[in-house]
Design a protein around this ligand. Structure first.
Ligand SMILES: [Zn+2]
Length: 264
């Protein structure tokens, strides 16, 4: 391991607790992540980034701003369509509101567009207010949140529901068009899961300024590490790894590469 940083971040982001013997590191503030709820179809929607970046960061602000389902719906419409719902088929904004503002029928082509269709909340039967609450809880905690905690906060009957919400929302916290990590980047690999058959390898790349990329991998061989490096690290960045043989000349390519081997 390069140091404990990568391992700690990997465990925190995956909802595992760090072993007590390891000194805690400064954690990345949740604000560093942007929340994107849109699937590919809606990635080009205007206004969304500014609004999600503007999401409530304190409990008081959240309670005031999203007091009712109508508040949440208005925010959603603003984020998704810039305030005016549009037809998903022909983009016309001449639409009729139906089912209490959760569906819009196009006056031009008759197509029906749901408030959440094409997003990670597609087909949800739960109110937006609940999803917003979960999103706030997940994004506002510096130490992350476990599925068990989310279950208690939200009052879910089953752990499975909490787990599924958490994974859905965590996946949405990744910006699809995010930039490559730059400057000094540490690369490492760690395992998550406690029991042998369930143990999974996670590749970790951490930028000095705090951004992190994680990827599930079956093995830490040269082609896998090279793919991970090319996908996440800018060509101008310097890479630091441990002494693992797979981090050879080809893995970081033309990037400056240093090895940091801990001496016992
Ligand atoms: Zn239409």
């Amino acid at each position: 391991m390069v140091n404990e940083t990568c391992c700690q971040i990997a465990m925190r982001l995956n909802g595992f607790e760090a072993p007590r013997a390891i000194v805690p590191i400064p954690l990345i503030p949740a604000e560093a992540y942007e929340t994107v709820f849109w699937t590919r179809r809606w990635r080009k929607a205007k206004h969304k980034d500014d609004l999600w970046r503007d999401f409530s960061k304190t409990a008081i602000e959240f309670e005031e701003r999203f007091a009712t389902e109508e508040d949440c719906r208005a925010f959603w419409i603003q984020a998704r369509w810039g305030g005016k719902p549009a037809c998903a088929r022909c983009s016309s904004t001449d639409v009729w509101s139906e089912l209490g503002g959760t569906r819009f029928e196009c006056a031009e082509c008759g197509h029906q567009t749901c408030l959440t269709s094409g997003t990670v909340l597609e087909k949800t039967r739960k109110p937006l207010k609940m999803w917003f609450r979960a999103m706030f809880e997940i994004s506002s905690r510096r130490n992350g949140i476990s599925a068990k905690e989310l279950q208690q906060i939200m009052g879910f009957g089953s752990y499975k529901t909490a787990w599924s919400w958490l994974h859905k929302l965590r996946a949405a916290l990744v910006r699809p068009d995010r930039e490559h990590l730059n400057q000094g980047v540490e690369m490492d690999e760690t395992f998550v899961g406690s029991k042998r058959p369930g143990k999974q390898m996670v590749l970790v790349a951490v930028e000095r300024s705090g951004r992190v990329r994680l990827a599930h991998a079956r093995r830490a061989d040269e082609p896998t590490l090279k793919r991970s490096c090319d996908a996440n690290v800018a060509r101008s960045a310097g890479v630091t790894s441990d002494g693992l043989a797979s981090y050879n000349r080809r893995t970081p390519g033309a990037r400056d590469h240093q090895r940091s081997v801990q001496k016992n």
